[in-house]
Design a binder for this molecule. Structure first.
Ligand code: SF4
Ligand code: SF4
Length: 350
């Protein structure tokens, strides 16, 4: 029988989630009961939305032993279940969303052992069950999820897309004070499940304030801007799409570099009939026809199948292009350029 506290945890996770729903099913309970002890689940359920002091959290729990609660919160932070920040010398605690949040912290350390193999398996099984449930005719009604709309580094930058081409990304990294890097959870999970990737793995980044938390707790390693740029260029060479999953009001400023064979997010976009709509693409590739020699070097770089040859001529399918820019770096004649997508042409999700 499922402990009632894990049922309540599903609701609490959904109220906080920005991308990955908590769907009540056996696989969900297997996962959360492995990650949270019942006592930790009760604390996570009791934690209010946003930052709270230990005294404020204690108001929602039977315990009034502040010192003991603070110690348990520290353990939960080490397990990647909550986030802690300091403001004016005071510790503020925040329960993490399911993803981006808890799931990333379980695998970003890049550890290979039996515990992490078990987590990889539980996550895979839950993801499959969650997708199956949500695709079914009697799918439960869930709250709507809002993927990142802004990039909050040290200076908040308005942003309406999760896909960021290389040049823009370089600019953003230059404005970020604290950058940390860990293992890509998709490729690390695949490796733990016996399907290692031939792409570089250590290029999943956390930026800004949350990077400091992640580094101090050993989830990630701090990097200089130059080191981070090198990792991003390496990811670009390997054909990985750069995307942000972020929420400035919460802990998350996560920069992923991934590809559809290993990433459920990228794969999901690629299966959409209009990938550009799925990610609020702000850029679109343009073919300079006079410069294109039809060499086809760009075709395998596009994970969205937005480029094809028709009667010996390169053609772009506009609504399939997410503006990642991966294709243009391999063009020997500079026949591809990214252009801002005309405003109003795509009904952007608000
Ligand atoms: S056409 Fe180029 S920019 Fe557009 S999605 Fe494909 S690789 Fe990315
Ligand atoms: S790589 Fe450049 S020249 Fe070759 S087909 Fe693509 S756009 Fe044309």
């Amino acid at each position: 029988m499922v402990d009632a506290v894990y049922e309540k945890l599903a609701g609490a996770l959904n109220a906080r989630s920005t991308a990955f729903p908590a769907v009540k099913c056996d696989e969900f309970y297997d996962l959360v009961s492995f990650l949270f002890t019942p006592g930790e689940a009760a604390i996570a359920v009791a934690m209010p939305l946003g930052n709270a002091t230990v005294e404020e959290i204690a108001q929602h729990l039977p315990t009034k032993d502040i010192k003991k609660l603070a110690t348990r919160l520290e353990t939960m932070a080490d397990k990647g279940l909550i986030h802690i920040r300091e403001r004016d010398g005071k510790k503020l605690y925040e329960a993490l969303p399911f993803a981006p949040g808890i799931t990333e912290f379980q695998l970003m350390r890049g550890i290979v052992d039996e515990r992490h193999k078990k987590i990889a398996t539980l996550l895979r099984d839950y993801t499959r069950a969650m997708i199956k449930t949500l695709m079914s005719a009697d799918a439960p009604k869930l709250e709507s999820f809002a993927p990142g709309k802004k990039i909050a580094v040290d200076k908040e930058i308005e942003h309406k897309s999760t896909i960021v081409p290389l040049e823009e990304l370089k600019d953003l990294l230059m404005k970020t004070g604290y950058i940390s890097v860990g293992a890509c959870i998709c490729r690390h999970q695949a490796a733990l499940l016996g399907k290692p990737s031939d792409k570089p793995v250590n290029n999943c980044m956390i930026l800004g304030e949350s990077a400091q938390f992640a580094t101090e707790r050993g989830f990630t390693t701090r990097m200089t801007k130059e080191e981070a740029l090198k990792r991003i260029e390496e990811a670009e060479d390997a054909g990985l799409i750069h995307s942000f999953a972020n929420n400035p009001e919460r802990f998350t400023n996560l920069l992923c570099n991934c590809y559809k064979d290993r990433c459920v997010f990228v794969r999901g976009i690629s299966k959409s009939p209009f990938p550009s709509l799925a990610v609020n693409a702000r850029w679109v590739i343009k073919i300079k026809e006079d410069d294109c020699t039809a060499c086809e070097a760009c075709l395998p770089r596009c994970q969205m199948d937005a480029l094809k040859m028709v009667d010996g001529k390169l053609v772009r399918e506009e609504l399939r292009c997410i503006g990642c820019g991966l294709c243009m770096w391999v063009c020997p004649t500079d026949a591809l350029v990214l252009e801002p997508r005309p405003a109003g042409k795509i009904p952007l999700r608000s």
